[in-house]
Ligand binder design. Structure first.
Ligand code: NAP
Length: 493
């Protein structure tokens, strides 16, 4: 065996998912040229979460020049925070720009993958019954891909129309209808202001209030877009500025009280200003937990939507669903024609429902149970040559996820280079390195707002352990994922 060739064969990587992570990994592998790759996408096009979530008002609350891949900055963003349609166009555009189409299997769900230790190969099975062999497995499935609807009493009785925000049903006309929205997270605060003017009446059911800041959005005039196009340094400067601004939130979220208080005061001031004269709404919209504990929301439209005459905000624990409507926290049943669930995603699995079996045949979801962990958020001991993009402890609540995935892709590319140069079959993170990482995450999470902030969120598991967020600055994460440290991995020839 020599170099990048194993026998006469070039090594191959399977990439699961064609969102930011999957496409970014493919582009980097292509540029590096050491490995062939195939991308498997269960949806009908590339785009990941931006293909799936098409609800009215969908967009990103991280500035687009930062929320994009540094090695593919060519898109012509129309505004600072681009809408979903532009982000989807950007991602589909990457497929054309980098000639990825021949590598892309659409409507093809990876159902399982099994590592054969003797041959150092992953056998990947897809929903169409096919099975293929790869040297490297890269999962890039996102953390927010499996929508959930809570099992409320009476749920199945509802006789009207209902759908989840991630499966927006445009066949259901909302004009003039009585509509209930359940959940007030990042998705709901984007679609509620869009539908509120159309519907007859809107009942919003909120279990807990969110911390909210105004969104410093603006459109880019043509001259500024030209500037971005012609001067890559202008894009780099914008990225650096946004990176610094967003990383400030890191201090607030990871235990710096002063930074937390500054953001808290801004949010309090904005609430009081935007809801002036509506003490009832101010009361319901005041969170009783630390800022950042649940996702901090950026919006200019949510408070104005709540002030509308045809909108009612019901705060507290929902009592149930009936054939005709919703029983609110006050015990009153309110009839509605349509229920829209803005109730988020099942975020526990990372790679579920795929069944990934490692060197000793154990299945990753079972190994993880309720406590997923991965060294540098990327490598799992016993699962050689597996790279989990946007894996455990790589989220934050203030970061650009494409940036995070770029860090992980850099690590993966360095690993592939080392396999190539050393003629190794695989590398496997050492159990002691992963254990050290886990202990570090636990220790550093203790004083974060996610763990100590007095709320429950999808960042934590049932036992309150931080399984999702990186409890540090992103500059540190970038440094630590810059290259594989051979002391942390076992290389097998
Ligand atoms: P989410 O943030 O998880 O919000 C779910 C909402 O449903 C919360 O208000 C939650 O209340 C409520 N809920 C859940 N179960 C409930 C129950 N049994 N009874 C009543 N209410 C219930 O979901 P999401 O809004 O879809 O957003 C998910 C994530 O996607 C976000 O955290 C964010 O990371 C990402 N996202 C990002 C953007 C962006 O602009 N970048 C936009 C949309 C989404 P509690 O708060 O009390 O739990």
């Amino acid at each position: 065996m020599s170099g990048g060739q194993r026998g006469a064969r070039k090594r191959r990587a399977a990439i699961v998912g064609a969102g930011f992570g999957g496409l970014g990994a493919a582009i980097r592998l292509q540029q590096q040229g050491l490995m062939d790759f195939e991308i498997f996408e269960r949806g009908a096009s590339a785009g990941g979460v931006w293909r799936a979530n098409t609800y009215p008002g969908a967009g990103c609350d991280v500035p687009s020049h930062y929320y994009s891949l540094s090695f593919a900055p060519g898109h012509r963003w129309s505004r600072r925070f681009a809408p979903q349609t532009e982000i989807l166009d950007y991602l589909k555009g990457l497929v054309d720009e980098f000639g990825l189409a021949p590598h892309l299997h659409l409507n093809t769900e990876v159902t399982s993958a099994q590592f054969d230790q003797a041959r150092g190969l992953w056998t990947v099975e897809t929903g169409d019954g096919q099975s293929r062999e790869f040297d490297v497995l890269i999962t890039a499935c996102g953390q927010l891909t499996n929508p959930t609807i809570p099992a409320l009493p009476g749920l199945e009785q509802f006789a009207g129309e209902s759908f989840h925000s991630a499966y927006w049903n445009r066949d259901v006309a909302l004009a003039g209808k009585r509509v209930a929205v359940i959940g007030t997270g990042a998705s709901a605060i984007q679609f509620v202001p869009e539908i509120a003017p159309q519907v007859g009446h809107l009942d919003i059911y909120q279990r807990s209030a969110s911390w909210i800041l105004p969104k410093p959005d603006r459109s880019y005039p043509e001259w500024e877009r030209k500037l971005f196009r012609r001067f890559p340094l202008r894009v780099a400067a914008a990225r650096a500025g946004f990176f610094a601004a967003y990383d400030l939130l890191t201090y607030a979220f990871t235990g710096n009280r002063m930074a937390g208080n500054v953001i808290r005061k801004l949010a309090d001031g904005y609430r009081n200003y935007a809801l002036k004269g509506r003490a009832d709404l101010i009361d319901k919209m005041t969170p009783h937990y630390d800022i950042g504990c649940k996702r901090l929301l950026l919006t200019n439209d949510w408070y104005p939507a709540l002030r509308r005459d045809n909108v009612a905000l019901h705060h507290g624990k929902l009592q149930g669903i009936t054939a005709n409507g919703v029983i609110g926290p006050d015990g009153v049943e309110r009839a509605v024609d349509v229920i829209i669930w803005g109730t988020g995603f099942d975020t526990g699995g990372f790679v579920a429902p795929m069944k990934i079996r490692g060197a000793d045949g154990r299945e990753l979801n079972e190994v993880w149970g309720d406590r997923p962990e991965a060294f540098l958020g990327t490598s799992v001991t016993g699962f050689p040559n597996l790279f989990v993009l946007y894996g455990p402890n790589t989220n934050h609540g203030s970061a650009s996820i494409p940036y995070v995935e770029e860090c992980q892709i850099r690590l993966m590319i360095d690993a592939v280079k080392r396999l190539h140069e050393g003629g190794y079959r695989y590398l496997d993170v050492k159990p002691e390195s992963q254990a050290r990482w886990r202990a570090e995450i636990e220790r550093r999470s203790e004083k974060t707002t996610w763990v100590a902030g007095g709320c429950s969120s999808w960042y934590l598991n049932q036992d309150g352990v931080n399984t999702h967020n990186w409890p540090g600055e992103w500059i540190e994460f970038r440094r630590r994922t810059n290259a594989v440290d051979p002391r942390d991995y076992r290389f097998v020839a």
